[in-house]
Unconditional design. Structure first.
Length: 241
């Protein structure tokens, strides 16, 4: 799409290691969306849902409301593993790797503020939803699966971002360069966020907006000093109370 192409042009303009990180995060997000679509590609059969008509829009047009191979879906959406493998996974393995990369970055950010999130008071105005959200977050933070991913989470190190280890450069030059890179990074990220507003599908726009906000918060958490992070978190909690 035009929006997607413009996003990639914006990221490609960042000639730095930080630009490569942002490129992989956006590529990973795109891969995640594609994976979700492919995992629920074929709709339930009309017999299972009680609806008549075009229940097989994503199928093979044979009117059976199935999953393209003559089998009905029995009330559940079905994946299209063959199409996913042939058109995405096998031709573009780097995109799937970027999806894993994005997961590591987001998970690393989550674990850095896990103590704060564990006791955070989610308030949306819908008490049942707030309680369910807090329980789900606590369940996520308690799960042994994520706790066993320590070695995987070390696959990304935010300390390599916005730093310069070139001994051949003068300190003043390094500071000037890092300031320029940080400014360009923020400008590119904000431009991409604005581009999301050009998406015509409201559901797609909402999904992309939440995703970009999540990526931005994750990077902010990882790049903020731990002491300042606690102070900002407490201030945010007071402001939102």
């Amino acid at each position: 799409t035009l929006v997607g192409n413009e996003m990639h042009k914006t990221v490609d303009s960042l000639q730095s290691e930080e630009g490569k990180v942002l490129h992989r995060l956006l590529s990973g997000y795109h891969a995640s969306v594609t994976t979700q679509i492919m995992s629920s590609y074929f709709p339930p059969s009309s017999a299972a849902t009680g609806k008549k008509g075009d229940a097989n829009k994503n199928g093979n047009g044979n009117g059976n409301g199935g999953n393209g191979n003559g089998k009905k879906n029995n009330g559940r959406w079905k994946a299209h593993a063959k199409k996913y493998a042939e058109t995405y996974f096998l031709p573009y393995p780097e995109r799937v790797q970027d999806m894993h990369y994005a997961f590591v970055v987001l998970s690393r950010s989550l674990f850095r503020i896990k103590d704060f999130l564990y006791t955070y008071n989610f308030t949306t105005g819908n008490t049942p939803v707030d309680v369910a959200t807090q329980r789900l977050v606590q369940h996520l933070l308690d799960t042994s699966v994520l706790h066993s991913c320590g070695s995987v989470l070390r696959g990304f190190d935010e300390r390599t971002m916005f730093t310069c280890n070139d001994d051949k450069q003068e300190p003043a030059v390094q500071v000037e360069r890092l300031g320029r890179v940080a400014k360009e990074f923020k400008k590119a990220f904000r431009h991409i966020t604005r581009l999301v507003g050009c998406v015509t599908c409201h559901r797609c726009k909402l999904h992309a907006t939440v995703a970009m906000h999540g990526i931005g918060v994750a990077l902010k958490v990882l790049l903020t000093d731990p002491v300042d992070l606690v102070t900002q978190s407490l201030s945010l909690a007071v402001c939102c109370a």
